[in-house]
Structures are given as structure tokens and as C-alpha cells.
Design a protein around this ligand. Structure first.
Ligand code: F0G
Length: 533
């Protein structure tokens, strides 16, 4: 049996995408262009709008980033120097702090925990949030124990009397002795000392349509049930709240609130005080839902997220893995809403397309230095990735952050061109939306129209891939649908995007729309018999 290399990696995926012509090999890439290997051995230039799932805001093999990579290697940089000072990582943290301070108008330090991928950065945030939650709970229990001791002393000395409200709150008869009440209260507090007590289990919240990674923990924060539910038994699960429904979020907070009874001694009275046990571990939000279909969060909803998370003391994790590092027209997309977090996660474009690096920023007010002693990763903070990330930050911040302006301007030009296509084909394209260079084009549902072939792609979630194959082979344009919204094409080119590349895409989409309107669907796969690559 002859075994081909391609039979050993993603065999099933390749079989599936080969049906729509996406089984192409790329041999070179630069800026927004990728070169595919042609059937005749030559190269075929393709304009890339996928951009490494949004990892290439500065383009494929950006020459200045490549030069930095070579320089790092040429000078024998100690890439791995675990448990020593890490100047490159420290410089990345300092540069990110300058950006956070500028964009969010704060001077609060943000501690940086490094990781190697977006999902890992998310898990770092949640793991840290859980450590902080457990410490807050422990601090609260110590305080309540102290208050109980104080109350016992005051009652024993006759300097205070127990308010009847204490007995009522504990469900004790009005005749119960104060010592009995304080014993009952203490027993309740001690029960919470056991972190396996279900009442104080961590509550995780995220949004319907959200995507935060596919590792064991992060997949439970990702909404798409197809990815999530096969693995629900493996880790803590999230409650999912619909976007733009602050009432639903409030209802979850109210339903999950867990009161913890405390006492106060004031003016000769031992009274009951109801506190909230810190059960909310984290609320995760993407400023623009990426994988879920390029859905921007509205400023109004952002405001509600902000105020509800503050009201219920639930740390807010802003997942900027896809939106961050300049793609939105600012470094942090959340700064445009504004949406301030306790945590920010970054990955993708931070690595400049050459390094795999990720950072979780944690605001000082939440930061627990103990975390450094229990969390680590072999590769995190390596000098090569950090050195590349530093170059990315230098390039984005150069000339007063000119790159952000370019992302905003190019994004607006792209949306304008797409809106023009939609205006001509509003029966075919139902929406164009996005922020900066993170743009989605949604096609209207075609379950009831067109040829059987196109209709079948709808329930199978393959429509976007069919269009992608057509655009690749007939227009030499690389697009892809988002994983959880298969009728929406995701467009995430680099800031090098030219007017010609935008026109090329618009032209390709016009042809797709015309074919769909004419119900001449066979043309979408006509290339299959005559593939040039
Ligand atoms: N968070 C967000 C917002 C993401 O978009 C992604 C990945 C992750 C976390 C996980 O990052 O893949 O480096 O572990 N999004 C990809 C996508 C898969 O399709 O946009 P990762």
C-alpha cells in the first residue's frame, strides 16, 4: 500500500474540502498574496482574505518582521531561558501597557501572562480568575469568622444583644439562644470552606455565538454545540447569554447569586448582613464575535456588560484574540466601544504571522502574584516569539499608530465596495458587517431556492465553502466562511489591502450573486473538470 503524506494529516478534512476545490497547495506568500502550485508546476497568485484566520494584520512574511526573525536567529538569541529575567517578554508587557493606558484612559498596571495560542490565553484568564475567586472567597470567610468571634465576645460580655433578624435569616425559632444562632451561622460559613460545595461552584458565563478556543476548558466557553457538547463531561461548563439581551444576563446573575450570611456588631446590636459569595468566575466577551459570524457587539450592550459585571463582581474577560493587535482600527477593538475588561487576551496577529505567541493581560486590581507559582508553559515568553511580538508592536505603533488608521480606512473602503454589491443583489446578500478589517458578508438562506446542489449545502453548512471554491478557482481569491456561520464569508485581509484587490473581490462576488440569482448553480462547480490548480 502506498501511503501519501496527505493520508496522515487531516485525511477527512481534505476529502471534504477537495469536493469544493480547496485542496490546493500554497508554496509562497507575501503581503496579501499567496502562490498556489499549478497543475503545470507553475505558480498561481491568489489574493488572501483569510489571512491565517486573522493572524496577519501586517501581511504574510512582512519583510520587516522576517528581518527581525533573521536578526534574532543570527545573534544566537537564547530562545529558551526559563526561570531567568526575560527582557523581550518584559518589553512586550511594557509596550502593551502603554497601549492599554492610552486606549482605555487608565494608568492601572496590567500584568502579562504569556502563552502560545489563543485558547491557552483564554484558559490562563479563566484559571487566574478562578484562583482569584477562591482567594476572595477565602478572605471573605476569614472576615465572617472574625465577625462571628466578635459577636460571641460582645454577647458573652453583655455589650450587645442578638437582633431577631439573625434568627429569622437562619430559620431558627425566636426562642433560640444567641450561641445557638452563632454556632449555626459558623457551621454555614465552614461548609463554604470546602471548595467542592456545589453552592460555591464557579459560574462561567459567555455569549451565544461566542468563540474562545477548542481546548478542554475553552471549548466549554465556545457556544457552537457541535464543537462543545461532545466534551461537556470533561470540564466546567458555561451559561450562554444571548447578545444584546442585558435582561437575560441580569436574570442569570440573579439566579446564580449565592448569599452568604455575615454578622455585624454595632450600637449594642448583633445584626445579620447578607453578602454575596463570590461565585462568578468570569464573563467572556469578544468585542466582535469572529468565528461566530463577524457580529460586532453594540456600544449599548457593551455598557450593560460593563455595569452588570461590576454590579455582580464578575470579572470581565475581553477576548481580543481575533479583534486585537490593530485589526479593528485600534489596537484593542474593545477601546472603540468602549468595553474595559479585567482581563484581555491576545494571540493571532501579535505573533506577526511568524511566531505563535499569546498574552493575557490582567489588571492590577485583580492580579494575584501567587498565580506565577502554579502556572507555567515551556514555550511561553520565549525570546524568539517575544522578539517578533515586539516588532509587531513597533510596526503598529509607528508614526503615531498610523497602521490603525490604515486598518480603519481600508476596512471602510472594503465595506463600501461590498455594500455596493449588496445593493445590486440584496436578495442574495443579506448583510455586510464588521469593524475595521474584520468584515463579514452574509448570504441569504438558500434552503428553498436554487438548484438541489445549492439547497443541499445549506443544512450541511457547506454553502460558504462552495462559494470559496468558486472564488478561488475562477477569481483567484481566497475566502472562507466562519466555522459557526456557514453562510457568512469572513474577510480579514492585512492592512496592505489594495483598491485593486477590493475590486477583484467585488467582481468575484458579483459573479457569485448573478449565478445564484439566475439559479445557474452548476456554474459554481464548473471549474472542477478543468482545474488549473
Ligand atoms: N478566541 C477567539 C476570539 C478566537 O477567534 C480564537 C480562534 C480563539 C480564542 C482560539 O485561538 O485557535 O489560537 O487557540 N479563532 C479561530 C477562528 C479558530 O476560526 O477564528 P487559537
Amino acid at each position: 500500500m502506498t501511503l501519501h503524506a496527505n493520508d496522515l494529516v487531516d485525511t477527512e478534512l481534505h476529502r471534504a474540502v477537495s469536493q469544493v476545490g480547496l485542496d490546493v497547495e500554497y508554496t509562497r506568500s507575501r503581503g496579501n498574496t499567496m502562490w498556489a502550485r499549478g497543475k503545470d508546476g507553475g505558480e498561481i497568485a491568489v489574493t488572501d482574505f483569510i489571512s491565517g484566520y486573522g493572524s496577519l494584520i501586517l501581511g504574510h512574511n512582512n519583510p520587516e518582521i522576517v528581518a527581525r526573525a533573521k536578526e534574532l536567529l543570527d545573534r544566537d538569541t537564547p530562545v529558551h531561558a526559563q526561570v531567568s529575567l526575560r527582557p523581550e517578554a518584559a518589553s512586550v508587557a511594557a509596550a502593551l501597557n502603554r497601549i492599554v493606558h492610552r486606549e482605555f484612559g487608565t494608568d492601572e498596571p496590567h500584568h502579562a501572562v504569556f502563552a502560545n495560542s489563543g485558547a491557552e490565553a483564554v484558559e490562563v484568564a479563566v484559571k487566574h480568575a478562578e484562583m482569584d475567586r477562591r482567594l476572595r472567597l477565602a478572605e471573605l470567610l476569614v472576615a465572617v469568622e472574625e465577625h462571628i468571634t466578635e459577636a460571641r465576645g460582645a454577647i458573652a460580655q453583655g455589650t450587645a444583644a442578638l437582633a431577631p433578624a439573625v434568627l429569622t435569616a437562619l430559620g431558627l425559632p425566636a426562642t433560640a439562644a444567641p450561641e445557638v444562632a452563632l454556632d449555626a451561622l459558623e457551621a454555614r460559613v465552614r461548609a463554604f470552606d470546602d471548595h467542592t460545595h456545589p453552592a460555591i461552584a464557579p459560574r462561567l458565563l459567555s455569549l451565544v455565538g461566542g468563540f474562545h478556543g477548542k481546548l478542554m476548558g475553552s471549548i466549554q466557553l465556545t457556544h457552537n454545540p457541535q464543537f462543545r457538547t461532545p466534551f461537556t463531561e470533561l470540564s466546567a461548563q458555561s451559561r450562554f447569554v444571548p447578545v444584546d439581551r442585558p435582561d437575560a444576563l441580569r436574570a442569570v446573575f440573579e439566579a446564580e447569586r449565592t448569599p452568604l450570611l455575615d454578622v455585624s456588631v454595632e450600637d449594642g446590636v448583633v445584626d445579620v448582613v447578607e453578602r454575596d459569595a463570590p461565585v462568578f468566575c468570569a464573563l467572556l466577551v469578544e468585542p466582535v464575535q469572529g468565528e461566530g459570524g463577524i457580529v460586532p457587539i453594540s456600544p449599548e450592550f457593551a455598557k450593560e456588560l460593563q455595569s452588570l459585571s461590576a454590579e455582580f463582581d464578575c470579572p470581565l474577560v475581553i477576548d481580543e484574540v481575533q479583534t486585537g493587535a490593530g485589526r479593528s482600527g485600534a489596537f484593542f477593538a474593545g477601546s472603540l466601544l468602549p468595553l474595559r475588561g479585567d482581563y484581555y487576551t491576545l494571540a493571532k496577529s501579535l505573533g506577526g504571522g511568524l511566531a505563535k505567541t499569546a498574552v493575557t493581560l490582567i489588571r492590577e486590581a485583580r492580579y494575584r502574584p501567587q498565580f506565577e507559582l502554579v502556572h507555567s508553559s515551556t514555550f511561553a515568553k520565549d525570546a524568539f516569539s517575544s522578539g517578533i511580538a515586539l516588532k509587531v508592536l513597533e510596526l503598529l505603533e509607528a508614526d503615531g499608530g498610523a497602521a490603525y488608521g490604515v486598518a480603519a480606512e481600508r476596512g471602510a473602503r472594503l465595506v463600501e465596495a461590498l455594500e455596493a454589491v449588496r445593493a445590486e443583489y440584496d436578495d442574495i446578500i443579506s448583510d455586510v458587517r464588521g469593524v475595521g478589517l474584520l468584515v463579514g458578508v452574509e448570504f441569504a438562506d438558500r434552503s428553498a431556492v436554487g438548484s438541489p446542489m445549492v439547497r443541499q449545502t445549506q443544512p450541511a453548512g457547506l454553502f460558504g465553502f462552495l462559494v470559496s471554491g468558486f472564488l478561488l478557482h475562477e477569481h483567484r481569491i481566497r475566502v472562507m466562511p466562519t466555522g459557526s456561520a456557514p453562510n457568512t464569508l469572513r474577510l480579514e485581509p492585512s492592512i496592505a489591502l489594495t483598491d485593486d484587490e477590493i475590486s477583484g473581490l467585488a467582481e468575484g462576488l458579483r459573479e457569485v450573486c448573478a449565478i445564484l440569482r439566475d439559479q445557474d448553480d452548476a456554474r459554481l462547480t464548473a471549474f472542477v473538470g478543468a482545474r488549473t490548480f
